[in-house]
Design a protein around this ligand. Sequence first.
Ligand SMILES: Cc1cc2nc3c(=O)[nH]c(=O)nc-3n(C[C@H](O)[C@H](O)[C@H](O)COP(=O)(O)O)c2cc1C
Length: 414
Amino acid sequence: MRLDQAINLDDIRILARKALPRIAFDFIDGGVDGEVALERNRAAFERYKLLPRYLVDVEKRHQKVTLFGHDYASPFGISPMGIAGFFRPGADLMLARAAARFELPYMMSSASCDSIEAAMALAPKTTWLQIYGTRDPHITLDLVARAKALGVRVLVMTVDTPVMGKRERNIRNGFRRPMKLTPGVILQGLSRPGWTFRYLAKGGIPMMENWRPYAAPGADANAVADLYGTQTPAPAQTWSIFAEVRKAWDGPLVVKGVMHPADAQKAVSLGADGVMVSNHGGRQLDSAPGSLDMLPVIADALAGRAELIIDSGFRRGSDIAKALCLGAKAAFLGRPAMFGVAAAGEAGAAKVLEIMRQELSLVMGQLGWTDTGCAGAESLIDLMEPRPAARAAPATDQIDANTEIDANTLRKAG
Ligand SMILES: Cc1cc2nc3c(=O)[nH]c(=O)nc-3n(C[C@H](O)[C@H](O)[C@H](O)COP(=O)(O)O)c2cc1C
C-alpha cells in the first residue's frame, strides 16, 4: 500500500509498521501493563451512537472552531508527542507544518527533538507548547519564559506523569538508552533500510533541542537525554508548580491529563483556562477509564467554567462528533499523526489530517449539522440510557461553583 492508497487511519498505522523497526513502532503503538486502557479508549466510543437528522440543508457546512480566543479550521489537532525525531528526523517540524497548512493546533512536546523556537518560526499561529513539571522547577519556568518570549498562543501542562508507566513492549524490545545494537535490533534495522539510513545519517539518537540549553555546553544528544531522564518524571510535584506556572504565564493555560472531576475543578480554581481530558493514550494507568468515559462527568463538574478538550483513542470523524456532543470543543490525535509522519513525513501527517477532516464532514452531513455549533445531546444516543437528549446540559447558574464531586456524579461515568 502507498500513502495515496490509504483511506483511513488504520491504513496509516499499517504503513508506519512497514516503515519502522519493531522497537520504534511498538514505542508509539504500545500502552501500559496489559494495554487494557488502550482498548478501553476505543471501546468507550461504543457506548454512544450518533442519531442522524435528515431533510436539513447541509450543502454548505464548515468545521470552524474558536479555541482560547483563536479560530481554527476544524475541531481537532495534534497531541504532544516526545522524541518524534527518533521515528523520522525533523518529524516535529513536519507535524508543525502539516497542522499549519490545515489551520489546526499542534501541541509541541517539550520532549521533542526540534526546538519550540524552530516550530514557532515555521508555524507561529498554530503551534502550542506542552510542558511537564521538572524536578528542578526552574527548567519548567524557563520553558514558560521561552514560550512567552516567542508569543506561543497556548501553554499546556501535562500532569498525568508523576511516574512513568510500565510500558511492557519497550521492556521486551530492550528500548533503552544508550540504544544497544543487539543482533535483534540490527536485524530489525536491516528490514527497514529507509529508517535505518535516516537514523544513522543523522548520527543516531536525536538531540532533544528544547533541553539543550539546560545541559552543559557542548553536551551530546545522549547527555541531553540523560539530563531529561533525571528531571522527568518529577514524582514530588504538586499543584504548587501549576500555580507557579499560572503566575508566570498570562496567556491561556490548559491542564492535560485530567481524569478525575475533582482535579478538573482544582485546575480551574487555580486559574486553568482549559482542561484536557486524557489518559495519555492508555500509556500511564492501565486501570484508568477510557478518556471519553470521563468526558461527560468532567463537563458536568466544570459547568462551562473552562474550555474542554480531549484526546486518547480518536480514530474516526464520528469519534470527534461524539466528543463534541458530550461537551468537548475539540479532540486531539496522538499516535495517528506520529504514524503518518513516520510513514511518509509531512505528506503522511497531512494525509491523517485530511482523512479526519473528510470523515468529520461526512458525519456532519448525516447529522444535519452545518457547523460544529450544531453538536449537542440531541445528536447522541447513550446506549446506557437510550433516549435522545438524555443528558441535557445543566444550566450554569444551577451549579454552585464550589460544589464538591459526589458519588452520584462519579457514578455517571458508568
Ligand atoms: C510516542 C508518544 C509520545 C508521547 N509523548 C508525550 C509527551 O511528550 N507529552 C504528553 O503530554 N503526552 C505525550 N504522549 C501522549 C499524547 O499526547 C496523547 O495523550 C495520546 O497519544 C493520545 O492518545 P492516542 O495516541 O490514542 O490518540 C505521547 C504519546 C505517544 C504515542
